[in-house]
Ligand binder design. Sequence first.
Ligand SMILES: *Cc1c(COP(=O)(O)O)cnc(C)c1O
Length: 392
Amino acid sequence: MIGRTSEAGVVPAALRTSPPPRQVLLNPGPVNVDERVRAVLRYPDVCHREPEAAELIRNVRRKVTAVCGGGADHAGVVLAGSGTAALEAVVSSVVPADGALLVLHNGHYAERVARIVEVHGIARRRLEFGWTRPFDLDRVDAVLAADPGLTHVAMVQHETSTGMLNPVAAVGELVARHGRSLLVDAISAVGAEDLDVVADHVDWCVGTANKCLEGLPGTSFVCAPRHRLDQLATVPPRTCYLDLGGHYRSQEHADAPLFTPAVQALYALDRALDLTLAETVPARSRRYAGRAGRVRRHLVRHGLQPLLAAEHRASSVTVFRLPADLGYAELHDRLKAAGFVVYGCPPPLDGLCRIATMGRLSVAQIDAFLAAFDAAVAAMRAAGPAPGRSAG
Ligand SMILES: *Cc1c(COP(=O)(O)O)cnc(C)c1O
């Protein structure tokens, strides 16, 4: 039993009820996890430089490679940190001093890639299509043809800020045809969207534990061809902690982590990967899409409009426009009070409502959410326009 005092010390005040509230997370990660994943937090404490930790890391590296579609010529590298850590490790490590990166830009997470390149002073070019707009591959083709100095291309597979699924296979084919190297932020895609690093010509694939792989936050990873990872030895690192080549050489050749890994998050990812590979990615995609479809049909019946046309949407995220009489902040708070956490959008889409059906969510939970949504809307409409709530 946890004593009252110590529990009050570690549990956030809002969660200090008995029993603690179970929040249904409809944000795009971290997600609600399977109890078999949560159970690994009871596994023994281990030293990260002992054989048992080496075995854990080897297993996770092998399974993340498999889930990305990599074979014997590919390797995984695991890192401590959220998805952005792995993204920054790739972006800062793979572009040589005389290279340049083309960022395909149609949302918030492409902007993050652009920010990382800028922070590291790497030569870059942004190709902007506009938020919510699909890539124009003819423009990509023309830019690559015109500028041979662009050695690398970066794209986000699932642009989580809008729910847009960008076409990895088509971009991969184009980038390979131009003989350039492709970096893919697959952080909110891997585990639930079609992705095959071999068939899609992806050189650097970035993923994380706590989105569609349904693990716990704290660890992220990269999957890449071994020969590309070996070549990193020729690029001087721009950071010490996120030196991808250093992490690879340590994990691959010394069978040991470079720095202290997030051991418990790795146990959880190992278990979560087993569950993902057993379910299969196509089946998980259908599970997420089925729940998203339930949400979409219900909200559309109530007059809400999805931001994107159906053919552009990823399986797991839908952004809805809210009518003027439904303010996002109040809607969020009413749903939270009922146990459901929805998510907003970053500027310029602030005020819109994002609903993710990632993670372990039962159909019954989705239906309970939709009932709570209807109740929140009815209460807001009955209360009439509040000061400050009217559309600006
Ligand atoms: C979540 C996410 C990230 C990384 O966010 P972290 O908070 O660092 O995990 C990066 N790219 C995309 C597309 C994402 O959805």
